[in-house]
Design a protein around this ligand. Structure first.
Ligand code: ADP
Ligand code: MG
Length: 484
C-alpha cells in the first residue's frame, strides 16, 4: 500500500513590538522572572486591556505580504481554560473574526520547483506565561514575563505533502516575517514555534485521514524529524489494524519520538466568546493602503528579480534571498563591483565559508559588503589575480587593512602583467630546471600541456603569486616549444 502524508501547520510568530499586546509592560527577552508582568497581564480585577496598534499594523503587513484578504472588522475572543501560567483563566485570542483572511505563500523545494501553500487565516493573540521545572524541587516556578506578548498565529491549509515541504513552508514564513521586520524570528528564544498537524491516507483516496497535532516544535530540523517519526507511527498503526486517534502529541528531540499528551480538545471546550473589554478592530482602506505602501521588497519578488534582472541561477537566487541580511549584503557587493555572478560566488563561497567556520552571522561579518565589492573590482580590472584575492580577503577578515587597495599595496600583491618582467622570471625557471625541460622535450606532444603545470607553479612562486597565471601559461608554452 502506498501512503500519502498530509500536513498543515499552525505557526506562532512573536511580534517584535516593544510592549505587550494589551499593556505597556516590556517584551524584552531574558529579564528576571516576573519583572515584566503588570496588572493587566495578570488580569487583576478592574484592569482594562488597551490594544497595541503596532501589533495590528504588523499583523496586517503580514496579511498584505501573503496576498490575503484583510476583513474590515476583526474581533477578540476569550479562550477559557485553566493553567498555572494563565492567571486570567482565559487567553485573549481571535476565533470567529481573525484579522487576516485567506492568503498564500510560495515555497521553494530542493529542485528549485515552487509550490503554493494556502493560508487559511492568521489571528492575533497573547502568549501565556512559562512554567519552570528546573531549580524547583517538588514544585513548579511560574514566570509571567511572557504573558501578554503579542503573537500572530498563522494557520495553513493542509497543503503540504512531505516533511521537506513543511520545513520549506516554515522557512518561507520565517523569511517573510524577518523581511517585514515584524519578528526577530529567533527560534531558539521561542519567537517562532509551530504546531504540526500530520495525517496519512492511502494514495489516491480523496478524504483526509485522522490527524495528530504535534505541539510547540521549535526548529526546522525538529519539524522534519517529528513528521518523519509521526508518519511512520501512523502507517504502522493502521497497517496493524489500528486507528489513528485525533490527539495532541509532544515531540521529544532527545528520544526522537512523539508521545501522546491529551486527546484533542474541541472549540466548545474553551467556551469562546467575544471579549467584552475590547472593541472590534475596524480598518479602513486608507490605513491598508498606507501599510501596503510601506512594504519592503519580499523574498519571492527578490528571488525572481535576482534571476531575471541579474541573471543568477535559481539556486543562487534562492540562497541569496533567503534572509534579508544576506540579500542586502549581496546587493551592496553587487552595487560596488557591478558583476552579479562574481558577487554571488564570493558571498556564497569565500565569505559564507569563513562565517560558518567562525560561527558568525552575516551582520557580524568582519569584511563589509563594501570592502568585498572593492576586492572583487580589483580582480575584475586585473589588478590582482584570484589567488592574491583570497589573500586580500583573509587580510581584510583579520583586520589587517581598511580596504582591498590598502592590503594590495602593503603586501605588494599587484599582478605583474609587464611581459618583460614575466619573461625574465620564466627564463630563470627554465634555466634552473634542466631535468624537467628534458622531460618536457621527450614527452608526447599531447602530454606536454599537463607538464606545463610544473613550470607555471615555479614562475608563480618566483613572482610571489603576483603573476597572471594565464599570461604565464601562454608565454611558457611559447618558450618551451621554442626549445624543442
Ligand atoms: P483546530 O481548529 O481543531 O485546530 P483546524 O481545522 O483549524 O483544527 O486545523 C488546524 C490545522 O490542522 C490546520 O493547519 C489544518 O491545515 C490542519 N489539518 C486539518 N486537517 C488535517 C488533516 N487531516 N491532516 C493534516 N493536517 C490537517
Ligand atoms: Mg489548533
Amino acid at each position: 500500500m502506498q501512503w500519502e502524508t498530509v500536513i498543515g501547520l499552525e505557526v506562532h510568530v512573536q511580534l517584535a513590538t516593544r510592549s505587550k499586546i494589551f499593556s505597556g509592560a516590556s517584551t524584552a527577552f531574558g529579564a528576571e522572572p516576573n519583572t515584566q508582568a503588570c496588572a493587566v497581564d495578570l488580569g487583576l480585577p478592574g484592569v482594562l486591556p488597551v490594544l497595541n496598534e503596532q501589533a495590528v499594523a504588523m499583523a496586517v503587513q503580514f496579511g498584505l505580504a501573503v496576498h490575503a484578504e484583510i476583513p474590515e472588522v476583526s474581533v477578540f475572543d476569550r479562550k477559557n481554560y485553566f493553567y498555572p501560567d494563565l492567571p486570567k483563566g482565559y487567553q485573549t485570542s481571535q476565533m470567529y473574526h481573525p484579522i487576516v483572511g485567506a492568503g498564500e505563500v510560495e515555497i521553494t523545494l530542493d529542485d528549485d520547483n515552487t509550490k503554493c501553500i494556502r493560508i487559511h487565516h492568521a489571528h492575533l493573540e497573547e502568549d501565556a506565561g512559562k512554567s519552570l521545572h528546573e531549580d524547583f524541587h517538588g514544585m513548579t516556578g511560574i514566570d509571567l514575563n511572557r504573558a501578554g506578548t503579542p503573537l500572530l498565529e498563522i494557520v495553513s491549509e493542509p497543503d503540504m505533502r512531505s516533511a521537506k515541504e513543511a520545513a520549506a513552508y516554515l522557512k518561507a514564513i520565517h523569511s517573510i516575517v524577518t523581511y517585514l521586520g515584524i519578528s526577530d524570528g529567533n527560534m531558539a528564544e521561542g519567537s517562532m514555534r509551530c504546531d504540526v498537524n500530520v495525517s496519512v491516507r492511502p494514495q489516491g483516496q480523496a478524504e483526509f485521514g485522522t490527524r495528530a497535532e504535534i505541539k510547540n516544535v521549535n526548529s526546522f530540523r525538529f519539524v522534519e524529524r517529528a513528521i518523519a517519526f509521526e508518519v511512520e507511527r501512523q502507517i504502522e498503526l493502521i497497517e496493524d489494524g489500528g486507528k489513528v486517534v485525533q490527539e495532541t502529541r509532544l515531540f521529544d528531540p532527545e528520544r526522537d519520538e512523539t508521545r501522546s499528551m491529551r486527546t484533542k480538545e474541541e472549540a466548545n471546550d474553551y467556551r469562546y466568546f467575544p471579549c467584552p473589554d475590547l472593541l472590534p478592530v475596524v480598518l479602513d482602506q486608507a490605513y491598508l493602503d498606507h501599510l501596503r505602501s510601506q512594504l519592503p521588497e519580499l523574498p519571492a519578488d527578490k528571488r525572481a528579480r535576482f534571476q531575471t534582472e541579474l541573471g543568477l541561477s535559481a539556486y543562487d537566487a534562492n540562497v541569496l534571498s533567503a534572509s534579508r541580511e544576506m540579500a542586502e549584503f549581496f546587493e551592496e557587493v553587487h552595487r560596488v563591483c557591478g558583476d552579479a555572478k562574481q558577487a554571488a560566488n564570493w558571498v556564497q563561497g569565500e565569505l559564507s565559508g569563513a562565517l560558518n567556520r567562525e560561527n558568525l552571522s552575516i551582520q557580524n561579518s568582519p569584511v563589509s559588503a563594501h570592502q568585498l565589492g572593492e576586492l572583487i573590482s580589483r580582480v575584475l580590472d586585473d589588478t590582482i589575480n584570484g589567488k592574491a584575492a583570497k589573500q586580500v580577503f583573509q587580510a581584510l577578515w583579520n583586520g589587517q587593512g581598511k580596504s582591498a587597495d590598502e592590503v594590495i599595496e602593503a603586501k605588494g600583491l599587484k599582478q605583474v602583467t609587464d611581459a618583460g618582467a614575466v619573461e625574465s622570471m620564466i627564463d630563470q625557471v627554465i634555466a634552473e630546471s634542466p631535468a624537467q625541460v628534458a622531460q618536457y622535450r621527450d614527452s608526447e606532444p599531447e602530454k606536454r600541456g599537463k607538464m606545463i603545470g610544473y613550470f607555471v607553479g615555479q614562475v608563480m612562486k618566483a613572482s610571489r603569486g603576483t603573476a597572471n597565471p594565464q599570461q604565464v601559461n601562454g608565454l611558457l608554452k611559447e618558450k618551451l616549444d621554442a626549445l624543442l
